[in-house]
Design a protein around this ligand. Structure first.
Ligand SMILES: [Zn+2]
Length: 339
């Protein structure tokens, strides 16, 4: 009971796609693999949750040695590629069509103006402000997992040379139609080195982050920017395509293992996302207290489970939803007053 992650409401279309995905798993069309910890190599793990937010049965575990949170078993690299290329992934995650989502995001990006950077409430393009505030010099930018390349639009407006790399053929075409330089594929399809490479909600999808960032390093002249949903104060939203859930410690360790050093980072108050800028460095490892990290993760997860348990009990009471909404409003107001 305590390993069930709350399942969200989905549209009939999404439900159909989720069912077809589960069937593909059962039929062996998509293959699963059990994996060891990408940071320390340990196989010693504890199951935290048995399903994701869509009700897809995928385990989220914590490494009992170093505290890295990851999915295991998970899709093999080959099956994951098939999953992303088929666009099934985006059909499960989004209620709207690819073209519609792209047009919306493109419009937002083309109208984006930098705001004074405050890491409180999340905005899709706040990484632009974050990079501007970090005062780094770069002329070329490449985004891996770029979707239709909308994130690159503000860079293009600044006069930077931009390239987007994306698995989905349809998204590549949508980006190209807007004049964005797009390449189909992933790291192995990058054409040349770039001053700045950005991974926005992409690292958590990598199968072997340490090895893949090492490979990516060959195509980076100076900087690597990463944004991920983090485990900072709460449990992030679990979804089957996310293979890792980083904290600042496990993220910095992972990237330092690949030969980068941290320049600056921020965690966003509203959703625990982590934004971090790294520079090609001298292979110096980032150290943190492993047992303390494991304890911290378990504390966050257990608190989340207890809150959920109480929430479910209250919901079943007469006027449960009303009571719950009022309590949430009071707690939010209290939090806001504290800030
Ligand atoms: Zn580990």
């Amino acid at each position: 009971m305590f390993q069930k992650y709350p399942v969200m409401n989905v549209s009939t279309e999404q439900r159909k796609n989720i069912e077809s995905y589960n069937m593909a798993i059962n039929d062996g069309e998509y293959e699963l693999e059990d994996v060891h910890c990408n940071l320390c190599g340990s196989m010693n793990k504890k199951i935290l949750f048995e399903n994701d937010r869509y009700g897809i049965n995928q385990y989220t575990v914590v490494c009992r040695k170093c505290g890295l949170v990851y999915s295991s078993p998970r899709l093999t690299a080959e099956s994951a590629r098939k999953f992303y290329e088929s666009d099934e992934y985006r059909r499960i995650y989004d209620k709207n069509s690819l073209t519609h989502i792209f047009e919306m995001k493109y419009k937002k990006a083309i109208n984006y103006t930098c705001k004074s950077f405050k890491p409180d409430n999340y905005r899709d393009l706040m990484f632009i402000d974050f990079l501007r505030e970090s005062n780094i010099l770069y002329d070329t930018v490449c985004e891996i997992g770029a979707a239709g390349g909308h994130n690159l639009v503000p860079f293009k407006k600044m006069g930077k040379g931009v390239t987007g790399v994306e698995y989905s053929k349809k998204l590549v075409q949508l980006g190209q139609a807007k004049g964005i330089n797009m390449l189909q594929g992933s790291i192995e399809n990058i054409d040349k080195p770039y001053d700045l490479v950005i991974l926005i909600h992409v690292l958590e999808h990598f199968h072997n982050p340490v090895q893949q960032i090492k490979k990516l390093k060959e195509y980076i002249n100076k900087y690597l920017f990463i944004e991920v949903p983090g485990i900072v104060k709460s449990v992030p939203s679990l979804q089957n395509a996310h293979l890792y859930y980083f904290s600042t410690n496990t993220l910095f360790r992972c990237v330092s293992e690949s030969g980068f050093k941290i320049v600056t980072y921020q965690t966003i108050n509203s959703n625990d996302f982590i934004m971090a800028l790294f520079e090609k460095g001298n292979n110096q490892l980032y150290y943190y207290d492993f047992p303390k990290e494991v304890r911290r993760t378990l504390y966050i997860v257990n608190r989340f489970k207890i809150n959920n348990f109480i929430r479910n009990i209250v919901r079943k009471l007469p006027f449960g939803d009303k009571i719950l909404n009022r309590v949430i409003r009071i707690l939010k107001a209290k939090k806001y007053n504290k800030q």
